[in-house]
Structures are given as structure tokens and as C-alpha cells.
Design a protein around this ligand. Structure first.
Ligand code: IPE
Ligand code: IPE
Ligand code: MG
Length: 252
């Protein structure tokens, strides 16, 4: 079957899953780009370039499934440790992807939100993130959280600093600090808990992604490098998620 607006593109065929079993929030670690390129004798950056179209396909897969929130890990607070050339590439690339894709995302009805730390992040990247946020602010079909210069611990540290400042100003009482209150100080206070934490690339770790929000996430690890990740991988992950028995510490 072909896509009505784009005959080149195959229409997505999501599995039939009852709405209750669709994850509301999917966290996606876009990992394995460097290995993908190196396996082919190419520069690591070639793998990152492939990731752009793959992310857009992942957005389409989530739209087809009815996922409400997709958080994409694009650059971590630890990724500054990489070679200077790769860091520079990733900064410029993030800026360009946002510039290239924001209208496409807007037309799909996707709201773009940035989660990450401001200091050190290139100003041009922040500008594109904020422009995408502004353009898509009223969209309601799905939220795409671009996690750029994001770290779970950094997010908690930043939240604690803001809370401490509010306490100092007398706007927050320590006895009022609850889980709900803490969540209000995170980068995206409206973000629901992560239901499905999905990491391709074969690595089985969180790498500091959405620590607070993933407390009860279902972890799915796939042996595919991100440049080879397809909508079918997203569908498979959601099918696996739908089979899991979530108890949240309780009993049946
Ligand atoms: C993920 O791919 C992209 C970023 C971390 C920005 P990697 O660059 O980590 O690729 P591998 O894991 O080295 O293969
Ligand atoms: C996680 O991947 C960060 C992103 C995908 C942006 P990394 O490749 O940086 O994580 P590690 O080093 O394998 O833990
Ligand atoms: Mg990696």
C-alpha cells in the first residue's frame, strides 16, 4: 500500500493493539550510529546523518500507534567527552535537523519540546530548539521531546537548585516537597512517566536518560544499530511492551 501524500513512502501498518496497551510515553535512546558507520568503513558522523530520517520514521511509527509522548535522546551531558570534531558535528547537526524538520513536524501536528541543560549548549542549537517549540506549541497530536544536552542527573540537580532558591525566597516550604512537587521542577513538567524505555544498539543501560521519569518503565533492548532502526522495530517493541505485566509494586 502506498502513502496518499507520498507515493514513494509505504504506508505504515501498525499492529492492532488495544489503546490501553499502547505506551503513553516512549523514551528512545538513539544509539549505535558510530558503530554502524565504522562497520562500513565510514566516518562515525555518517551514522549520525542516517539518524535524521530514522528519527522521522520513528515519529511516524509513534503517530500511527497513538503514542502521546516520544522522547528522543540526541545528545547527553556526557557526550561532551567525545572528540572535539564529533561534538562540533553533533551540535551543528542538531541545529540543522531542527531547522530542516520543524515544518514537517508541525504539519504532522507534532509539538516539539526541548529537554536539556542550557549552559555549554551552542546558542544556535538553543535558538532552533526554541523556534521549533514556538512554532509547534499548539499542536496536540503528539509531543516529541528533543533531549539535547540532557542528563538525568543534571536534570535533578537543576531541579534541586531551583527548589532551593524557591525555599530561600519563601515560595516553597520544605515540608511541601513531594514527588509531585519535584516533577514540577523538571525540564518538562508536563511529561508523563516513561512507559516504554527503548534502546537499540545492543547496549543494556540507561546512560543517564530520564532517570526520574523511568522509575517504572518497561525496558526493551534491541540488537539493531539506530541507523537500521525501522518502524517495524518500534512496532515490535510496543508489542513486547503490551505483553508485559506491570504491577508497580502491587499484586494482582
Ligand atoms: C548515538 O550513537 C548518537 C549519540 C550519542 C549522539 P553513538 O555515536 O553513540 O554510536 P556508537 O554507540 O558509538 O555506535
Ligand atoms: C546515549 O548513548 C546518549 C545518546 C544516544 C544521545 P551513548 O553512546 O552516549 O551512551 P554510552 O556511552 O554507550 O553509555
Ligand atoms: Mg553510543
Amino acid at each position: 500500500m502506498t502513502h496518499p501524500e507520498n507515493p514513494q513512502k509505504l504506508a505504515l501498518n501498525p499492529p492492532e493493539i488495544p489503546a490501553d496497551f499502547i505506551p503513553r510515553h516512549v523514551a528512545l535512546v538513539m544509539d549505535g550510529n558510530g558503530r554502524w558507520a565504522q562497520d562500513r568503513g565510514m566516518e562515525r558522523t555518517e551514522g549520525h546523518k542516517r539518524g535524521e530520517a530514522v528519527l522521522m520514521d520513528a515519529v511516524d511509527a509513534c503517530l500511527a500507534l497513538g503514542v502521546e509522548y516520544l522522547s528522543a535522546y540526541a545528545f547527553s551531558t556526557e557526550n561532551w567527552r567525545r572528540a572535539r570534531g564529533e561534538v562540533r558535528f553533533l551540535m551543528g547537526f542538531n541545529r540543522d535537523v531542527l531547522r530542516r524538520q520543524r515544518d514537517v513536524l508541525h504539519e504532522k501536528g507534532v509539538r516539539v519540546v526541548w529537554a536539556g541543560r542550557r549552559p555549554r549548549l551552542w546558542r544556535s542549537v538553543i535558538r532552533e530548539l526554541e523556534e521549533a517549540e514556538r512554532l509547534t506549541a499548539n499542536n496536540t497530536r503528539m509531543t516529541l521531546v528533543m533531549c539535547v544536552n540532557y542528563g538525568g542527573r543534571a536534570e535533578l540537580v537543576d531541579a534541586m537548585k531551583k527548589m532551593a532558591e524557591d525555599v530561600k525566597r519563601g515560595e516553597l516550604s520544605p515540608s511541601d516537597i513531594s514527588e509531585k512537587q519535584v516533577a514540577r521542577y523538571l525540564y518538562d513538567p508536563g511529561m508523563p512517566d516513561v512507559d516504554l524505555f527503548l534502546r537499540p544498539s545492543g547496549e543494556k543501560r540507561t546512560s543517564n536518560f530520564l532517570l526520574w521519569q523511568s522509575a517504572y518503565a518497561e525496558m526493551v533492548y534491541q540488537d539493531v544499530l539506530f541507523p537500521d532502526f525501522t518502524p517495524q522495530h518500534m512496532f515490535d517493541a510496543v508489542l513486547e511492551y503490551a505483553r508485559r505485566d506491570r504491577r508497580f509494586g502491587g499484586t494482582k
